[in-house]
Ligand binder design. Structure first.
Ligand code: DGY
Length: 305
C-alpha cells in the first residue's frame, strides 16, 4: 500500500506508517505545489497532509480508487474539501485534543507579549538605542479584572479561558449561534478560537473592529482569514483598537506589510502547536488514524462533511 506523507513528520509516526506499506515523503522540506501533490498521490491508499495542502476532488481523482484516508496533521481542516472526499468513501481525519494546551499557551503568551510589550522591549534592546529605567517607561496594561471575550468555545477556547481565569480575568464566550456584538463591545481582549468556515471568514472585519473598545486588543491563533487583515491594519493605524497579536495570516506565509511596521502588533509564524511533544503527538495521531483505516477499522477522529 502506498502512503504519501506530504511533508516531513517525526520518526515515531513514520515507523508506524512503514509497518503498513511503502511510505513516500519528499526529500526537501517544503510544501508541494498543487501539481506535484496530484502527481505524488497517484495510487495512494493514504495521504498524510499538512494544513497548507489543499486536498480537493482533483487530488482524490489523482489518487484514484485506492484512496481510503486523508489524515490531516492539524485540528483545523479548512484545507480539505470534506464532502468531495467522504462522497468517495474516503475518511478524513484531524488531530483534536493533542494540541489544545500548546495552542492555548501560545495564545496566552501572545496576549502577555502584547500587553506587557515584551517583543517591543526585546526589539528596543537589540536596536542598541540608549534607555534607562523610569516610572513611565514602556508601560503596558495589566490583565487582572479585565474581560476576555473568547469567540469559539471549543477545547482550545476553553483552555485559553482557564489560563485567563488564573490571571484574574473575567471570561465571556460566544459560540456559533450567539450574537458576537455584545462580546466585542464588552471585551478588553478578543481571542479567536473558532474554526475557519464560510460563516467565520472575515468574522472580524472593519465593522466588527469598530464595535471593539479603542483600548481592546485582538488575538488570533486560529486561521488567518477569520480576520480581514487589511481592515485590521486600518483599525490599528486609525487607533480604533489598541493592538493585535497574530499567529496566523490571511495569505500565509505572507503578512499584510503595514502590520510589520507597527509596534503594537506581535507576530509569530503559525507556532500554535509548535512544541516537540505536541507535534509528535499530532503526527502519531495521524498515523494511528491511517493504521485504523488501512487495517479495516473505523478512523479514530473522523471528520464528517
Ligand atoms: C492546527 O492544528 O490546526 C494548527 O493550526 C496547527 O498548528
Amino acid at each position: 500500500m502506498r502512503i504519501v506523507v506530504t511533508r516531513r513528520i517525526p520518526e515515531a509516526a513514520l515507523v508506524e506508517l512503514r509497518a503498513l506499506g511503502e511510505v513516500w515523503m519528499p526529500e526537501e522540506d517544503r510544501a508541494l505545489d498543487p501539481d506535484e501533490l496530484r502527481k505524488t498521490v497517484a495510487g495512494a491508499a493514504a495521504i498524510v497532509c499538512m494544513l497548507h495542502d489543499r486536498i480537493d476532488a482533483s487530488v482524490a481523482e489523482a489518487a484514484g480508487p485506492s484512496l481510503r484516508i486523508v489524515a490531516n496533521v492539524a485540528v483545523g481542516y479548512d484545507n480539505i474539501d470534506v464532502p468531495a472526499l467522504t462522497s468517495r468513501d474516503v475518511f478524513v481525519t484531524n488531530t483534536p485534543g493533542v494540541l489544545t494546551d500548546a495552542t492555548a499557551d501560545l495564545a496566552f503568551g501572545l496576549l502577555l507579549a502584547l500587553t506587557r510589550r515584551i517583543a517591543e522591549g526585546d526589539r528596543l534592546l537589540r536596536s542598541r538605542e540608549p534607555w534607562s529605567f523610569h516610572l513611565g517607561f514602556m508601560l503596558g496594561t495589566g490583565l487582572q479584572a479585565k474581560t476576555l471575550g473568547i469567540i469559539g468555545p471549543g477545547q482550545i477556547g476553553r483552555a485559553m479561558g482557564k489560563r485567563a481565569e488564573a490571571f484574574g480575568m473575567h471570561v465571556v464566550y460566544s459560540g456559533r449561534s450567539e450574537p458576537k456584538e455584545d462580546l466585542l463591545r464588552r471585551a478588553d481582549v478578543v481571542s479567536l478560537h473558532c474554526p475557519l468556515t464560510p460563516e467565520t471568514h472575515h468574522l472580524i472585519d472593519a465593522e466588527a473592529l469598530k464595535v471593539m473598545k479603542p483600548t481592546a486588543v485582538l488575538i488570533n491563533t486560529t486561521r488567518g482569514p477569520v480576520v480581514d487583515e487589511a481592515a485590521l491594519a486600518d483599525a490599528l493605524l486609525g487607533r480604533e483598537i489598541a493592538g493585535a497579536a497574530l499567529d496566523v495570516f490571511e495569505r500565509e506565509p505572507e503578512v499584510e506589510p503595514r502590520l510589520l511596521e507597527l509596534d503594537n502588533v506581535v507576530l509569530t509564524p503559525h507556532l500554535g502547536s509548535a512544541t516537540v511533544e505536541t507535534r509528535t503527538q499530532m503526527a502519531l495521531l495521524a498515523a494511528e488514524n491511517v493504521t485504523a483505516v488501512l487495517t479495516g477499522k473505523e478512523a479514530i477522529n473522523p471528520v464528517r462533511g
